[in-house]
Design a protein around this ligand. Sequence first.
Ligand code: GUN
Length: 281
Amino acid sequence: MTAKIIDGKKIASDLLLDIKKEISDRENDGIRKPCLAVILIGDNPASEVYVRNKKIACEKVGIKSISIDLKNDVSENEVLTLVNKLNNDPEVDGILVQSPLPKQVNEDLVIDAISPLKDVDGFHPTNIGLLAIKKPRLRSCTPYGVIKMLKTLNINLAGMRATVVGASNNVGRPMALELLLENCTVTICNSKTVDLQTKVGQAELVVVAAGIKNIVMGEWIKQGAIVIDIGINRVDGKLVGDVEFSVAKEKASYITPVPGGVGPMTVATLMENTLLAQKLS
Ligand code: GUN
């Protein structure tokens, strides 16, 4: 079997059109554009690219974006004070602090400081907790983007055995919660998992978010499984995922490419979350 390559760019672009239409309809009803505040600290080249893509998407759909660029040596207190100011600004609907943060700024403290109603990344413990108790509100963008992608393809997730490789706070864990919400039977693997190959090989849906090139070998994939690769690794100047794509695509029914798979979905769901945050305010 040769897999269908999932065109995340196209699915995300259609989603952006729907969001643009909704924002425009709301404007016709006298509601202002949603507004996203984006805080970028330091000069990490990858973060600069991610933030630029988010701002381009804002422009596409009619979301106002405010950029706040801070020096790498900014103090934790300054960041927390800024977040607090944005929390209290009625003109700001969403707040995003691009990670990674410099070592003097504690990421958990910053996430905790963002109002859960403006947490468009869906990283705040309140929003993760709501997802865990089956009452999702602002959902982590990448896992939610994966679910939206699978639903667009009319894939029925209920009852599927799903293996998630990676257990990070921002991706692996909320991904597992999203799949549980869809009534998958979920296995979560981490760096200590014994016999990763068996856990991957038993799954009809494999989602990989480890940030390690080829952590999942193509041979391991069950015939006809769906493979979602969230990894982004730079190898000789090229971007590759976490899955051995060339072999996996000969066994899977569907597979996401890197780039052009999950990445664009993350940005599109961020736009959806910003619109939702405005509705919640
Ligand atoms: N760094 C890499 N991806 C992300 C993301 O989705 N949100 C934030 N805030 N930082 C990131």
